[in-house]
Design a protein around this ligand. Structure first.
Ligand code: NAD
Length: 493
């Protein structure tokens, strides 16, 4: 079985514990590689390497233009290695090769975009109202950033942190999910090939408690950039609040797709199905609640169930497969448990609802739809992170908006209608970081993404988000020829 090491200061380094964690191929339901089971000693070594790279001349001495060139070179290397990296991700998390390849082919765009932005971060000369002073601002990097990621799209989620963070001049310690670390380790090697100095990117693998917690608490970490569940995000936020560190949290969701009777119903049905069944529902932006206007409820439900029943489950690497397995054994048990809870609480199954077994032994769950769901129930309120849709009818626009906003989360929302006045009302009223109108699950490197309420803090992608990896400094230069005034009075004018 292939065994991976950590990457610390540019050197492949076995874990201090001498222990490894097996990583599961969820389609074949067998372990396929081992990743380091690291601990606080590995974290200390990686943070020290990142700190030393941050202050050292090889990185600190690079101009922003030269940093940008490195990022663009890296983007080219990712493009060249897209197929290989996508295949590793599929082995580790069971998502479709077509989906992971589409992500890998687009990831270079983030490095090109932020590589181009690196030397366009400008301070300002301020027209200060004190004639004897010259005052200007600059933007400086924060220091060592801890990037902690979830298992569902390891390299895309990491890219959203690395591209702006490196363009800004920071260095990184990366902690991928213990369920899907292999692609991150293979990806990190490309940074060295691109010419990044050793220690700028370090990777330490292991569990949340063994590696994540000491990394977040480390005194030399200046910022935590996290993607994962809201439970872990809240724990991280408590730690960083105590330490006054910078933080970005990309957390879960319970996003609604709202379908009105005047919508293009075939397009809406395709969007709703893609929202919840793509990636077997294991996406933060899964459209896991369908709010549908009562007059079309039954016909629309029939459409969605018909679509769900034709979804081809199977080998995630086969081109005609539409849904792969769930990514790991705990997630598989959790999703089946949520379905059982919903049935026991009296929810009505419209289709699916069981594990799907085939010769592979893979961890499949049927596309599952519950109808007439009580919006106060756990089925409608908690994130399941699987192919499970809760359908809820509504009558009026106000009721639809109240239901859409009626969870703790606020990551995304889909709106399906042809009524432009309604589009404006809903895009203003929806409490969601992203609103998709007559589309769903669209993303881009120039478009900020992130959550309101329990779905997170901060955003990723887009020009402005590079500022989340920078801090401003104001410089006052006194050029007066006269002696200073009263030293006991603040100089305000
Ligand atoms: P998770 O919170 O269990 O784990 C995420 C990462 O945090 C892992 O690397 C884990 O090892 C680490 N971790 C766990 N405990 C920690 C601790 N105490 N301190 C520091 N690190 C710790 O989440 P998951 O199950 O891997 O991922 C699924 C979740 O991620 C879902 O809630 C999903 O919605 C969310 N997600 C959000 C986005 C987004 O952009 N908003 C994208 C993808 C996934």
């Amino acid at each position: 079985m292939q065994r991976f090491d950590n990457l610390i200061a540019g050197i492949k380094t076995p874990p201090a514990s001498g222990q490894w964690i097996p990583s599961l191929d969820p389609y074949r339901n067998e372990n396929w590689c081992e990743i380091p089971d690291s601990n606080g000693a590995d974290v200390d070594a990686a943070v020290a390497a990142a700190r030393s790279a941050f202050t050292g001349p090889a990185w600190r001495g690079l101009s922003a233009t030269a940093r940008g060139a490195l990022l663009r070179r890296l983007g080219g290397l990712v493009a060249d290695n897209a197929q290989r990296l996508a295949e590793i991700e599929v082995r580790d998390n069971g998502k479709l090769l077509s989906e992971m390849l589409a992500q890998l082919r687009h990831i270079p765009q983030w490095f090109y975009y932020y590589g181009g932005l690196a030397d366009k971060i400008e301070g300002a000369v301020l027209p200060i109202d004190q004639p004897d002073h010259f005052v200007y601002t600059t933007w400086e990097p924060l220091g060592v950033v801890a990037a902690i990621t979830a298992w569902n799209s390891p390299l895309l989620l990491l890219t959203w942190k690395l591209a702006p963070g490196l363009a800004a001049g920071n260095t990184f310690v990366v902690k991928p999910s213990e369920f899907s670390s292999a692609s991150t380790l293979a990806f990190a090697e490309l940074f060295q090939d691109a010419g990044f100095p050793p220690g700028v990117i370090n990777v330490v693998c292991g569990t949340g408690q063994g590696v994540g917690a000491p990394l977040v608490a480390h005194r030399d970490v200046a910022k935590v950039a996290f993607t994962g569940s809201d439970a872990t995000g809240r724990a991280i936020n408590r730690t960083v609040a105590g330490d006054l560190k910078h933080v970005t949290l990309e957390l879960g969701g319970k996003s609604p797709n709202i379908v009105f009777a005047d919508a293009d119903l075939d397009a809406a049905a395709a969007g709703v199905a893609s929202g919840i069944f793509a990636a077997a529902g294991q996406t933060c932006m899964a459209g896991s609640r369908l709010l549908v206007q009562r007059e079309i409820h039954d016909a629309f439900l029939d459409k969605i169930c018909a679509l769900a029943s034709t979804i081809r489950l199977g080998d995630p690497s086969a081109p005609d497969t539409q849904m792969g397995p769930l990514a790991n054994a705990p997630q598989y048990s959790k999703v089946l448990g949520c379905i059982d809870d919903a049935v026991n609480e009296g929810a009505t199954l419209a289709c699916g609802g069981r594990a799907h077994h085939d010769a592979s032994g893979g961890l499949f769950v049927q596309p599952t739809i519950f109808r007439d769901v009580d919006h106060a129930s756990r089925l409608a309120q908690r994130e399941i992170f699987g192919p499970v849709l809760a359908v809820i009818p509504f009558d009026t626009d106000d009721e639809a908006l109240a239901l859409a906003n009626g969870t703790d989360y606020g990551l995304g929302a889909g709106l399906w209608t042809r009524d432009m006045a309604r589009v404006f009302r809903f895009t203003q009223g929806l409490q969601a970081g992203t609103v998709w109108v007559n589309t769903y699950r669209a993303l881009g490197f120039m478009a900020p993404f992130g959550g309101m309420k329990a779905s997170g803090l901060g955003r990723e992608s887009g020009q402005e988000m590079i500022k989340l990896y920078l801090q401003s400094k104001t410089v006052w230069i006194n050029n007066a020829t006269q002696p200073p005034g009263n030293p006991f009075v603040m100089r305000l004018g």
